[in-house]
Design a binder for this molecule. Structure first.
Ligand SMILES: [Fe+2]
Length: 420
């Protein structure tokens, strides 16, 4: 069974990444940053977690036109995002799709309505502190990552109590995972700061220290604070401390803080805390019962013949091909595809098997492979094949044979005016 080895609270300001990439290790102005993170790095080396559940917010980099409150990174790996000047020179970090799928099932069973993402890169909110906490070389990182991306920038956002409850539920999800893995949890975000408007430059070190103290000893005493109250004390962007509350909620009731630093060089305090989960409180529910509850809505679905639910596992396995088929919604890409199918598929990195499935319009083969039907509709639209043709192919029938099973012998597709 999975265990929780402890929690980390950390700022995620880009200053940390800047100091690291500019190699300011011995510069007296920047040195306190590294001194704050060295014990955290040592902690990761000592604890060797298999997965780090990483709670952060994206800064309108990967999430902008679709903004959700709680998004779980379910993909096989996550690279550094381009935030305007090209991505940082650090490797992608591996995800853990199997663990992510389990966490998703439990969270949804606990009535947290998540969104799931893959194929998106992570911005400074993730990689800025990660790059000074977790060992890595050009091949990869010392642990896998389960990103929990919190929407804290677009109002309305969930309450402090909701973030806490999410953390409590996350604990239940982790502790009911049947594999023997070690899990660490990081809650990230600046303490008091504001980066926009005339109010920019706001800091409140006194409140920051009080918050860190209460996070350790009386986190539940913070849960009735409104977003506005948090912002009044900590600046508007400082209200992202709710992500620290989520991390704290995933730990035992009593924790031991074994490391704490606070350094305010410019706009955002750079603070770190290590919270040892020494008490290891028992799960609030028998893990077996949690797992059964998480599967309850799907029990029996595997016996439905000719039916392929688009699970997280299937969506990860089929992601490259689904992503390629989705790219046909872009006029320039579909023009290229029509002119040179094979070249476009090769450029997209599709495997031999994936290219064969598309080349042969192997509709049922694509479903078996992990493609969701609605991507097939797009390929149909681009290649002039109607939905009824695809349905007939699924069932091994001719179109007239399939039409006889319907009330009307019609055909249709999702193609727009471009293809009329
Ligand atoms: Fe942030």
């Amino acid at each position: 069974m999975a265990t929780i080895v402890g929690g980390i609270a950390t700022s995620h300001t880009p200053t940390i990444a800047f100091a690291k990439d500019a190699k300011k290790f011995d510069d007296p102005v920047w040195k306190p940053i590294f001194e704050g993170y060295e014990p955290v790095q040592e902690w990761f080396r000592a604890k060797q977690p298999d997965v780090l559940v990483y709670i952060y917010n994206d800064h309108m980099t990967a999430f902008f036109d679709h903004y959700s409150h709680f998004a779980l990174g379910v993909g096989e790996e996550f690279g550094p995002a381009d935030e305007g000047g090209g991505p940082r020179d650090i490797p992608a970090i591996k995800g853990d799709p199997e663990f992510a799928a389990h966490v998703a099932r439990v969270m949804v069973a606990n009535e947290f309505d998540l969104s799931y993402f893959q194929g998106k890169n992570l911005d400074h909110g993730a990689f800025s502190p990660l790059s000074v906490m977790v060992d890595h070389d050009d091949k990869g990182w010392a642990c896998k990552l389960l990103p929990v991306v919190c929407g804290v920038l677009t109002v309305p956002l969930p309450s402090a109590r909701r973030f806490w409850k999410f953390g409590r539920s996350l604990r239940q999800a982790i502790l009911s995972y049947p594999k023997d893995i070690k899990v660490a949890i990081a809650g990230t975000g600046g303490l008091s700061h504001q980066v926009h408007g005339e109010g920019c430059g706001f800091n409140n070190p006194e409140w920051d220290h009080e918050f860190m103290d209460r996070l350790e000893k009386d986190p539940e005493g913070l849960l009735d604070m409104t977003v506005a109250e948090l912002a009044k004390l900590g600046g508007w962007e400082g209200a992202e401390v709710v992500m620290w509350l989520m991390m704290r909620g995933a730990l035992s009731e009593k924790v031991e803080v074994t490391h704490k630093t606070y350094f305010l060089p410019s706009m955002t305090p750079i603070a770190t805390m290590i919270l040892e989960d020494t008490a290891q409180d028992a799960p609030v529910e028998d893990p077996e019962v949690t797992r059964e509850r998480a599967w309850h809505d799907y029990a029996g679905a595997e016996a439905l013949e000719g039916t392929y639910p688009f699970t997280i596992e299937r969506s990860v396995k089929g992601f490259r091909l689904n992503h390629f088929l989705h790219s046909l919604t872009d006029p320039a890409t579909r023009k290229k595809f029509r002119e040179d199918e094979e070249g476009t598929m090769l450029a997209a990195g599709l495997t031999d098997e994936e290219r064969r499935l598309v080349r042969e319009r192997d509709w049922i083969g694509m479903i078996h492979y992990g493609v969701i039907f609605f991507m097939l509709e797009k390929l149909g639209a681009v290649t002039g094949i109607g939905n009824i043709d695809i349905y007939a192919a699924f069932k091994g029938m001719t179109v007239p044979e399939f039409q006889k099973t319907r009330n009307a012998a019609i055909t249709y597709g999702v193609a727009g005016k471009e293809d009329k």
